[in-house]
Write a protein that binds this ligand. Structure first.
Ligand code: KE4
Length: 430
């Protein structure tokens, strides 16, 4: 049978790009088959090189909350482009985006833009260590904070999918000060902080975990982290790269009412262009160069095109009712998936927080990395392929999230649930 254009493109890519992809999860290794190559996006859909149209729930792993090629975004970036691409000098747009972020999340009294979520978390960790004069960092198994050496320990997302709890090439000396706790396990983190707290610079957490699949915080978990950090004199870092402007205008810190000392952001604040940020209490951020001694820099940080894209995205999201509609879409999808799975006797746990959700193929409750890892990933792979064949593009891994956006109309969600019903029926018959 003749190769599809995506298959030919993948072969060509493999000849020059490591693994044929620029990020591991895109290679479909966790779900089988080969990646489809995307030609373009349009609203809630992406179209591949062979002309197949998919309702897109990857949304570039979260940033495309408005859908693809939103008119306001296209206009803003095109206008900015005509004035140049980058200056390596301050522009007012950076101030406007930062002000919008502070308005939405008042804990971020000062921030610094960088170019990715990874840069944001590595910078936040360095800053926390400098501010406290301590070296220990606590993270949670199943949470992923980018490919930061010190944090690539029992990471979620790609590393968890590939079953490699920590990557080769990370010296033991670099992770020697990284402690790993279990998500949603308050007694566990209490015991860890009782033993190590005085040496802990920061506790970093995904306030809604999205890299072991979606696992919301159980009541009391986030407040416990706030209390334990206050008692130990450690900083609480909310990694809101995924949850920022995703689970609410005020992020997870607004949704759950817990104020972190530092926050990392990415994805939505760039609207699909490379933007990350870290920020928080003024006295902490004043330690960052050039005002303070903590060094961090970046050639393209605050890039004018990326700022224009992010600003246009946040402007649309700030409209009254936007998050109510996102929440309603997320809830509708989650309830429809639960009903379909139940109708066909497929054991699944569907979790939803705002407009991020996921379906675990698991018998029992999923509340941390251990219970998430017990999911039937082979079954997820078959479900993924069934949905892809029916024109629905999900994350090619059980340990990722499904993102619904403002461009998904009722008929897109209805069509998605029809495809899910047929795919789950197929699973139950297998
Ligand atoms: P980036 O360096 O990929 O921009 O951000 C790293 C990061 C940090 N923190 C959280 C909570 C994240 O979810 C991420 C990146 N998320 C993954 C998806 N689970 C990005 C997709 C990929 O790695 O290709």
């Amino acid at each position: 049978m003749a190769l599809t254009r995506s298959q030919r493109a993948f072969e060509a890519a493999r000849g020059v790009i490591a693994g044929g992809v620029n990020s591991p999860v895109r290679a479909f290794k966790a779900v089988g088959g080969q990646p489809v190559f995307i030609a373009r996006g349009q609203g809630p859909c992406v179209i591949d090189l062979d002309g197949n149209r998919y309702i897109d729930y990857v949304a570039s792993w979260g940033p495309l909350i408005l859908g693809h090629a939103h008119p306001a975004v296209v206009e803003a970036v095109s206008r900015a482009l005509r004035d140049g691409t980058s200056f390596g000098a301050p522009t007012e747009r950076e101030t406007h985006v930062a002000a919008r972020i502070r308005e939405a999340m008042p804990s971020i009294e000062r921030l610094r833009f960088v170019n990715s979520g990874t840069e944001a978390t590595l910078s936040a960790i360095r800053l926390a260590r400098a501010f406290t004069g301590r070296d220990r960092i606590v993270k949670f198994a199943g949470c992923y904070h980018g490919h930061v050496d010190a944090l690539l320990v029992q990471a979620g997302s790609g590393a968890m999918t590939f079953g490699r709890p920590s990557s080769p090439g990370v010296p033991a000396s670099v992770t020697a000060d990284t402690l790993v706790a279990r998500y949603n396990d308050v007694p566990g983190i209490e015991a860890l902080m009782a033993e190590h707290g005085r040496r802990v610079a920061a506790v970093i957490v995904e306030p809604v975990a999205g890299n072991m699949g979606v696992v919301p915080p159980e009541a009391g978990f986030l407040p416990a982290l706030r209390r334990l950090c206050d008692e130990a004199g450690s900083l609480l870092v909310f990694d809101e790269v995924m949850t920022g402007f995703r689970v609410g205008w005020g992020g997870a810190q607004g949704r759950y009412g817990v104020r972190p000392d530092l926050t990392t952001l990415g994805k939505v604040i760039g609207g699909g262009m490379p933007v990350g940020a870290y920020g928080g209490r003024r006295e902490i951020m004043e330690q960052v160069s050039p005002d303070g001694p903590v060094y961090q820099a970046g050639t393209l940080s605050g890039n004018p095109l990326a700022m224009a894209c992010g600003l246009a995205t946040l402007e649309v999201l700030s409209a009254p009712g936007a998050y109510e509609r996102l929440e309603a879409s997320g809830r509708r999808l989650a309830e429809g998936l639960r009903e379909a799975a139940s109708r066909h006797g497929v054991a699944s746990q569907v979790h939803q927080a705002g407009s991020m959700l996921c379906a675990f193929f698991a018998e029992g409750p999923v509340r941390d990395d251990v219970t998430a890892s017990a999911s039937d990933t082979a079954r997820y792979g078959r479900y993924f392929q069934g949905m892809l064949r029916r024109g629905v593009y999900l994350a090619p891994s059980q340990f990722e999230a499904m993102f619904v956006g403002t461009a998904h109309e009722d008929e897109d969600i209805a069509a998605t649930l029809v495809a899910a019903d047929e795919s789950l029926k197929e699973l139950s018959a297998a």
